[in-house]
Design a binder for this molecule. Structure first.
Ligand code: NAD
Ligand code: HJL
Length: 234
């Protein structure tokens, strides 16, 4: 089994998720950030790639004190488990995701990660080894389901999101399209990495929601699944 995986990202009107210098841009407005905090509070885990950690240094904590209280009252940690996909264990030991707020931290590394860096991370996080050179995302998902993570929110970035689509591990995609233009041929997009080539490889989606929020729009899609998919179906 694996968690139900939903990607939630913000994209500019011209399809970028940050600047070409990978500098974070506020694409969401206050209402969408509130929505993001709500779905984060409802998740068992939240995942980012190391590129996002190095670019944004996100804490990925739940912001609303009320929602943190509700999680604790339900016997849960204040924050969902925070997971970094980080083949070579490059997560800084003083990264906000490791030092801010309470709750489980998991750093997923490959077998090629330098032992010294892995040992340093073990002081602050649970380290899961999956894959030889890059993280085996399917194996990681099985491990996450095994520790009770049923609903997993993925924030990005583009390389991780593509890797998850390539591995057939995404159940739902929520894209907030904001009212800014970022431009830049090298600026990150929601799905970067190698990209698919043949139309037969393209993941197919069913549009299940169109909602105006602030001065943008939230698009929600369900990913059409192959036979035999073993998602926990949220
Ligand atoms: N607008 C948004 O909603 C949003 C959300 C998150 C990140 N971002 C932006 O995205 C950018 C970072 O994206 P990125 O693509 O550079 O990095 P990323 O966060 O997608 O991390 C990718 C890295 O994860 C590691 N990895 C290990 N195994 C992997 C696998 N099997 N598949 C894929 N990756 C694997 C690799 O080192 C890879 O380079 C930043 O600029 C950040 O601001 C935007
Ligand atoms: N939903 C959303 N709208 C945006 O406009 C934007 N730039 C991001 N970017 C994702 C980013 O990686 C993290 O969501 C923030 O960095 C949160 O970081 P904190 O938890 O507040 O430290 N996400």
């Amino acid at each position: 089994m694996r968690p139900y995986v939903f990607v939630n990202l913000a994209m500019s009107a011209d399809g970028k998720i940050s600047t070409r210098e990978r500098r974070q841009v506020k694409i969401s407005g206050s209402e969408d950030f509130e929505r993001v905090d709500l779905i984060k509070a409802d998740a068992d885990g939240i995942m980012v790639g190391i590129g996002t950690v190095l670019a944004d240094n996100p804490s990925l904590t739940v912001k609303s004190a009320r929602r943190k209280g509700e999680r604790k009252a339900a016997g849960r940690e204040e924050n969902p488990a925070r997971i970094v996909v980080d083949s070579m264990a490059r997560t800084p030991v003083d990264a906000d995701i490791l030092v801010k707020g309470s709750g489980k931290r998991i750093v997923a590394v490959s077998a090629a990660a330098p032992a010294g860096r892995v040992d340093a991370l073990k002081e602050r996080a649970e380290v899961v080894v999956a894959g030889e050179q890059t993280v085996d995302l399917a194996a990681l998902m099985e491990a996450l389901a095994g520790i009770g993570i049923r609903r997993l929110m993925v924030e990005g970035g583009g390389t991780l999101i593509w890797g998850l689509f390539q591995a057939g591990l995404v159940d739902e995609l929520r894209t907030y399209v904001g009212s800014v233009v970022i431009g830049g041929s090298g600026a990150p997009t929601p799905a970067d990495g190698e990209g698919f080539l043949a139309e037969s490889e393209f993941p197919r989606l069913t549009l299940t929601g169109v909602e105006r929020i602030d001065d943008g729009v939230l698009l929600t899609w369900q990913v059409k699944k192959e036979e035999g998919d073993r998602s926990l179906r949220g």
